[in-house]
Design a protein around this ligand. Structure first.
Ligand code: PAF
Length: 293
């Protein structure tokens, strides 16, 4: 595996792969890699000839300085995982390489970011869209792989690619969960034992929404209320939002007559976790039951 920390050699390496007619697959990450990332990389490995993984903690997408400061950084273990999974190139630039100066042009994200995390983390998706656009320009992949756990991010990237005619195929990979339902996330590392016990509360609340939609409730408000009520009252838990949105536009739905996304953010102590589930009304999509993965 080649480890590259600068843009110019990365471009040369990928250009050589492309000259050899190799399909380039790209997995952008912020490191602290876990099994969820492994699934993205494995899929890219199966579908592409040259797999590039970027590891860059993007300061532009952090709305709170302490969150950026405490974001887990595990570069040696990340390289090890990438090598084990057969990654061809790990691209791990420093901040000065990605942002030699304060960027004068950034990408603004419209309506798709007006709810959920976009509403609660001002500037977050502008930071994500900007760095992903930069990474797409640098790597120029044929396919790029993103996790469904970050459903709004995935929607933002799909809109970005559509709006700017970026010649990349965006691939979504299912959320990986712990046996108790907790979605894998780099942030889970920050939970203490008691917080880890409480953390699946969000998943359970989303399951409640899914159950209610599967039973045929078409008014989103009672579905939402039942899901919110499923979050236990505990001083260590604070629900930031739980909404039912249309999966492409990420806009709240007024009536449930097709698949909707139940998405939430839950503070567990000082750690903010997000998760989502697709909810299918009766007679549409997958049968109610275990999570579709
Ligand atoms: O999902 C992430 O890890 C990040 O938001 C991404 C897509 C790598 C952009 O920094």
């Amino acid at each position: 595996m080649d480890v590259i920390d600068a843009v110019a050699p990365l471009r040369d390496r990928v250009a050589a792969a492309r000259r050899a007619s190799r399909r380039v697959g790209f997995v952008p990450t912020m490191g602290a890699l876990h099994l969820g990332h492994a699934r993205l990389i494995e899929r890219a490995r199966r579908e592409c000839d040259c797999v590039v993984v970027s590891i860059f903690v993007n300061p532009l997408q952090f709305d709170r300085p302490e969150d950026l400061r405490h974001y887990p950084r595990t570069l040696p273990a990340d390289f090890e995982m990438c090598a084990r999974l057969g990654v061809d190139v790990a691209f791990a630039p420093g901040t000065a390489e990605m942002y030699p100066a304060d960027p004068s042009c950034t990408i603004q994200v419209g309506r798709v970011a007006s709810h959920l995390c976009g509403r609660h983390r001002p500037g977050h998706f502008a930071g994500v869209a900007t760095v992903v656009m930069k990474l797409f320009q640098i790597v120029q992949p044929d396919r790029a792989y993103f996790g469904e756990k970050d459903a709004q991010q995935l929607a933002v990237i799909r809109h970005l690619v559509r709006d700017f005619n970026v010649p990349v195929q965006v691939e979504a990979v299912a959320t990986v969960r712990e046996p108790d339902g907790l979605a894998l996330s780099s942030r889970n590392q920050r939970l203490n034992a008691e917080e880890r016990r409480l953390a699946p509360a969000l998943y359970r609340a989303l399951c409640e929404a899914r159950r209610s939609v599967a039973e045929g409730t078409t008014d989103p408000e009672p579905v939402r209320r039942a899901a919110v009520a499923a979050v236990p009252r505990h001083e260590g838990l604070r629900l930031e939002y739980l909404e039912l949105v249309e999966p492409d536009t990420m806009q709240p739905v007024e009536s449930i007559d097709g698949p909707v996304l139940a998405a939430g953010a839950l503070w567990v102590g000082s750690t903010r976790l997000i998760d989502n589930l697709t909810c299918d009304p009766p007679g549409t999509g997958a049968p109610a039951g275990p999570v579709r993965e």
